[in-house]
Ligand binder design. Structure first.
Ligand SMILES: NC(=O)c1ccc[n+]([C@@H]2O[C@H](COP(=O)([O-])OP(=O)(O)OC[C@H]3O[C@@H](n4cnc5c(N)ncnc54)[C@H](O)[C@@H]3O)[C@@H](O)[C@H]2O)c1
Ligand SMILES: O=C(O)[C@H](O)COP(=O)(O)O
Length: 526
């Protein structure tokens, strides 16, 4: 039974799903060195933001297949290192959207009405009404930085509270912003105009310290800023100075440059700051959502099925995956087959999406083809995660083309490879929605389903040659399951494709090539 390590607090609903297929060990608050020590015992790791999955952890994780992040941010995982090792990283992109958006809205209102400080004073037996007079959000301008899942929900609710929304997001269309009743503006204008600024962007090289002294100086003295996205998007030292000197009026933070928040002058700023300990996703509902979402994906991957929200498998969106599933099987089979025909040291692969297939997303098909091709060399070490990287590292040139005009079948895939045995090509189709058929080998038309063991010959089409091959295989006790010949012209060059029940015994290939008329023979195990 596979083993799953759960190293952060995860809702029981997720643990129950994992337990259907695996032994589940829950060990939270592990010191980093202990995680490195024990990780080699596990097939899967499930975490939240507390566990740091460093390259050292990944290096030690000799049998890890999947890291599941019960939440959105994967910045606590060395995704590049995981990708190189072929470890799938999955998250729950939507499970805590509402929780995080509601937290940002709660922070905005708390800050406006001084709720945390007022609450504290009443609990200390005071009754200071004047001291806690607040401001309204009604008719104020909210600047939303990042109009993705969380930013959109914040914008929608804020609109219904009578706020005007300015948004900055270079990757969102004007149409989408208009749908949300937001005006897309540039960042400087947003800084200058907004009464409230709420951040809903990932932390990247571009967004690190996006809110720095220079940005803060552009804001109004009445501006209040909310960060429920990621620590480090705001320069905390600059924020402290701006609050202390009245450059802006307030800040509400859920996330910090270093977590847990250590020594920080921000704590001294009284009612102008509201601080929460990374609680954006901490609702009962969100924790069930993310735990179930990620546990289901871990279960699926351990059962050999694809994950629906893998962050390190490019182009494999769940809807695309569902539509292309039979073609991924086709691509993997053709890649594997052509890789064996071309021999080792493949230098170049050409992948052509034909007919209706030419209109589909090619990325997953290319990845599946490379996975099939590299299976010959790497066996189970290659998967959808690392196939492209492995191909690149081996110097394999990948040429991807489309030809919608080829209409032999509704959609077909052509793959050719140049290797130590020369250039070979195969074409295949999907019949009846799921059945793989090979329809062409080296430009010779055939129609055969792939089978575990196959023998291909290139020969001169002439009487008696099929019988000779049959007798020769018989003399080596090889049973033929099916046989087909493909040729372009009668008595010209041809290919023979035989499905055989067992692997070909040593030495027989050489004997086959000695048969008059046989040019070459190849054996393949799929
Ligand atoms: N505090 C919490 O507990 C908590 C919970 C969930 C999510 N988050 C964080 O909230 C943030 C937003 O999450 P989401 O689910 O809405 O993500 P999302 O991917 O749906 O949206 C992010 C948006 O940011 C935009 N963006 C990217 N780079 C940008 C840039 N340089 N400038 C402006 N916009 C940019 C993208 O186009 C996208 O629309 C993430 O950082 C996530 O990690 C925090
Ligand atoms: O990225 C996320 O999903 C949030 O930051 C929540 O993190 P958490 O699951 O550790 O609360």
């Amino acid at each position: 039974m596979p083993k799953v390590l759960v190293s952060d607090p995860i809702d029981q609903a997720g643990l129950d799903i994992l337990a259907q297929v695996a032994q589940v060990d829950v060990k939270t608050k592990l010191p980093p060195e202990e995680l490195v020590q024990i990780i080699s015992n596990y097939d899967a790791l499930m975490i939240r933001s507390g566990t740091k999955v460093t390259s050292e952890v990944i290096e030690a994780a000799s049998q890890l297949k999947i890291i599941g992040r019960a939440g959105v941010g994967v910045d606590n995982i060395d995704v590049a290192a995981a990708t190189r090792r072929g470890i799938v990283v999955v998250n729950s992109p939507e499970g805590n959207t509402i929780a995080a958006a509601e937290h940002a809205l709660a922070m905005m209102l708390s800050l406006s009405r001084n709720i945390p400080e007022a609450d504290k004073s009443v609990k200390e037996s005071a009754w200071n009404r004047k001291q806690f007079t607040g401001v309204e959000v009604y008719k104020k301008i909210l600047g939303v930085v990042g109009l993705g899942k969380i930013g959109s929900h914040v914008a929608t609710v804020a609109r219904s509270m009578g706020m005007t929304i300015l948004a900055y997001d270079p990757f969102i269309s004007k149409e989408r912003a208009a749908e949300l009743n937001c005006s897309l503006v540039d960042l400087d204008l947003l800084f200058q105009e907004a009464d409230y600024i709420t951040l809903h962007i990932p932390k990247t090289k571009e967004t690190a310290h996006l809110i720095n002294a220079e940005a803060l100086a552009k804001m109004k003295p009445t501006t209040r800023i909310i960060n429920c996205a990621r620590g480090g998007i705001i320069d905390e030292a600059a924020l402290y100075d701006a609050l202390k000197n009245g450059v802006i009026a307030g800040a509400a933070l859920d996330v910090y440059e270093a977590e847990p928040l250590g020594e920080s002058a921000l704590r001294e700023l009284g009612k102008s700051v509201v601080l929460t300990p990374h609680l954006g996703a901490s609702t009962t509902e969100a924790q069930i959502n993310v735990a179930v979402d990620v546990a289901e994906q871990i279960r699926d991957v351990l059962l050999g099925l694809p994950a629906r929200s893998a962050v390190n498998i490019p182009g494999l969106r769940p809807d695309v995956l569902e539509k292309l599933r039979p073609y991924l099987q086709l691509a993997e089979t053709l890649g594997n087959l052509v890789g064996q025909l071309a021999g080792g040291r493949v230098e170049q692969v050409q992948i052509r999406l034909q007919g209706e297939l030419a209109n589909q997303d090619s990325k997953p098909i290319v990845i599946a083809t490379l996975k099939g091709l590299l299976t010959n060399a790497l066996r189970e070490r290659v998967n959808y995660v690392n196939a492209s990287i492995e191909a690149k590292e081996r110097g394999i040139k990948v040429i991807e083309t489309r030809d919608a005009s080829i209409k032999d079948f509704t959609g077909s895939l052509y793959v050719s490879a140049q290797g130590s045995l020369g250039e070979h090509s195969v074409t295949g189709v999907i019949l009846g929605g799921s059945e793989v058929r090979i329809t062409d080998i080296n430009q010779f038309p055939i129609n055969v389903p792939p089978t575990k063991y196959m023998l291909f010959t290139l020969h001169r089409d002439m009487p008696g040659i099929i019988g000779k091959i049959g007798s020769l295989l018989g003399s080596f006790n090889v049973n033929i399951a099916s046989m087909q010949v493909g040729r372009q012209i009668v008595r010209g060059d041809a290919v023979m494709v035989l499905s055989i029940d067992d692997p070909l015994p040593d030495g027989i290939l050489e004997e086959i090539t000695k048969v008059p008329g046989i040019r070459d023979a190849y054996t393949v195990a799929l």
